[in-house]
Design a protein around this ligand. Structure first.
Ligand code: PRP
Length: 216
């Protein structure tokens, strides 16, 4: 049995065409069912639904053989010795710095004053500002980062931006892009040895589809 860890939402939706191209159909709709283990049309392949931030942990400890996870999560949690054979080019977005409309970010950075930055991506933000030589006080949040500059909790946020609608709706502006993000396939190293054939087959099927869509 091969177990693939996915998270609900954008990653699940975006991986479906790749699974279909590999001849795999997930038999339950996670938006309609409360099931956490989903069967597929392949008797030896199942999907487990876990939180995005838990995917690397499941794969590292063998709770799942493979998983799909955003580069943001991999960078933030450390890649834990996982084999990362493929950038799946799905769930694309970026990690950016954003501030309240009217906040003079360039001046604040130039003045060398300490910037208060709220984020759930503490490691990514720390590295980014350290490289720029900007002093920051990082405030760890677990959600709704957009509120922090609006309530005076922070001067800036570091968060995922996709369409930019959430920033816009909250009168925030993107002032710097830190990096582009997409989701990657991660594989448990032991499973790769013990279940080499079926895992290789899946990786090859994904790569083939990606290569085809790259040349299309
Ligand atoms: C992310 C991010 C923003 C939003 C940006 O949250 O934290 O809030 O998406 O998307 P947009 O630019 O298209 O508006 P997500 O929905 O992934 O949930 P989260 O808050 O649990 O991270």
């Amino acid at each position: 049995m091969i177990t693939l860890a996915l998270s609900k939402g954008r990653i699940f939706d975006d991986i479906l065409p790749l699974l279909t191209a590999a001849g795999i159909e997930v038999l339950d709709d996670p938006e309609k069912s409360r099931k956490l283990i989903l069967d597929t049309n392949q008797p030896d392949l199942r999907v487990v639904l876990v939180r995005a931030t838990d995917v690397p942990t499941y794969v590292q400890y063998g709770g799942a053989d493979l998983g799909v996870v955003g580069k943001d999560t991999l960078l933030e949690s450390g890649s834990l010795g996982l084999y990362q054979p493929l950038d799946l080019q799905i769930a694309k977005c970026r990690i950016s710095v954003a501030v309240r409309q009217g906040f003079d970010y360039a001046a604040a950075v130039k003045q060398g004053s300490r910037l208060r930055v709220a984020t759930k991506y503490v490691a990514i933000a720390r590295d980014f500002f350290a490289t720029k030589g900007v002093h920051v006080d990082l405030i760890k949040l677990y959600g709704s980062m957009e509120l922090a500059p609006l309530t005076g909790l922070a001067d800036a946020i570091v968060d995922l931006v996709s369409t930019g609608n959430t920033l816009k709706a909250n009168h925030l502006v993107e002032v710097e892009t830190i990096m582009d993000i997409s989701s990657h396939l991660v594989v448990n190293q032991t499973a790769l040895k013990l279940k080499h054939e079926p895992i290789r087959k899946l990786i090859d099927a994904f790569s083939q589809t990606l290569a085809q869509s790259a040349t299309a």
